[in-house]
Design a protein around this ligand. Structure first.
Ligand SMILES: Cc1ncc(C[n+]2csc(CCOP(=O)(O)OP(=O)(O)O)c2C)c(N)n1
Ligand SMILES: [Mg+2]
Length: 342
């Protein structure tokens, strides 16, 4: 029998969702999964280079948090960034083209898988170093507060969501930034995606306190533990945290218990995690869970869900065609986009 941390059941009532919201959440998760299954195929066919880290299994965290935010809010990711970028509204075409290193990619082909970026979508990146996004996201939240409090811009009420892993939560930047964010009541959500592993390092072998959300308490910050395989639970916790942040009540640390269904990256043979552990988590597939819920609650039919899956399949196929047909960046433009334009 595998010893697993028990998944928290939600202590606050789940927000009732409409059919429209339910289908929107389903579509976003299916887009993330289908897009990345296609990434794996393209990677093994030699169309993508470098490291490619997939998010399969963790979709409920991205969808649950980002789809509860406004389009003008900020999102900051890690090297496991494709699905966050899609949830934040970057078109699948631009994400796929970036993975192919094409000039039409969201980072103009300069970034690749780990460096997705879009100023238009307030998507701050894509960072290769573990925990590197935490101070960037804290800075984004600080500038919102500064514009509002010091520069008197009443419209500056954006919230920042900062995603990172269990491994990143042992990095010094985590502690420094949580301290500052709590001290200045910054409008930010620190979302730890605890998928139990940092490459081949098991979380319990690397952390003196394995329940990461408890670390919020020493900063006087709200800490929440949530079932990261349940998009409605994540959404409910995120909505409360976003409301607190927007109201000037400061940050929240959310620990989402989740699992990646594939290896650390597409170059990882994934031999360290046990078959029992993988089976335990595969049974909690967040997409199947939401699909079953929507049908059970009579918010959608099986045909509605199949129609979404087909629509998404077409979006992903179109993204690949777009990426394949797009031009490479021009060599003479090699030094462009290094410094901010005037
Ligand atoms: C500062 C730094 N140290 C080490 C690495 C190598 N590295 C890449 S991913 C990773 C594991 C991070 O695990 P976690 O934060 O749990 O995120 P996950 O990959 O599980 O999403 C490590 C150690 C790195 N990229 N940056
Ligand atoms: Mg991890």
């Amino acid at each position: 029998m595998v010893q697993e941390r028990s998944l928290p059941s939600l202590s606050i009532p789940q927000t009732a969702i409409t059919r429209e919201q339910g289908l929107m959440l389903y579509e976003d998760m299916v887009l993330g999964r289908t897009f990345e299954d296609k990434c794996a195929e393209m990677y093994y066919r030699g169309r993508m280079f470098g490291f490619v880290h997939l998010y399969n299994g963790q979709e409920a965290v991205s969808t649950g948090v980002i789809k509860a935010m406004r389009p003008d809010d900020y999102v900051c990711s890690t090297y496991r960034d494709h699905v966050h970028a899609l949830s934040a509204g970057i078109p699948a075409r631009e994400v796929m083209a970036e993975l192919f290193g094409k000039a039409t990619g969201c980072s103009k082909g300069r970034g690749g898988s780990m460096h997705l970026f879009s100023a238009k979508h307030n998507f701050l990146g894509g960072f290769a170093f573990v925990a590197e996004g935490i101070p960037v996201a804290t800075g984004a939240a600080f500038q919102t507060l500064y514009r509002r409090q010091v520069m008197g811009d009443a419209k500056a009420d954006q919230v920042t969501a900062c995603f990172f892993g269990d491994g990143a939560s042992n990095n010094g930047q985590f502690f420094e930034c949580l301290n500052m964010a709590a001290l200045w009541k910054l409008p930010i959500l620190f979302v730890v995606e605890n998928n139990k592993w940092a490459i081949g390092m098991a979380h319990e072998r690397a952390s003196s306190e394995t329940e990461i959300y408890k670390k919020a308490k020493v900063f006087g910050m709200v800490g929440e533990e949530v079932d990261g395989m349940d998009v409605l639970a994540v959404r409910t916790v995120a909505e409360a945290a976003i409301a607190r942040a927007r109201a000037g009540e400061g940050p929240t640390l959310i620990e989402a218990l989740t699992y990646r269904f594939r290896g650390h990256s597409l170059a990882d043979p994934d031999e360290l995690r046990s078959k029992e552990e993988k089976e335990f988590w595969l049974k909690r597939d967040p997409i199947k869970k939401l699909g079953a819920y929507l049908v059970e609650q009579e918010l959608a039919t099986g045909e509605d869900l199949r129609a979404i899956e087909q629509k998404v399949q077409a979006i992903v196929e179109d993204a690949v065609t777009f990426a394949e047909q797009s031009p490479e960046p021009k060599p003479e433009e090699l030094y462009d986009y290094i410094f901010a334009d005037e």
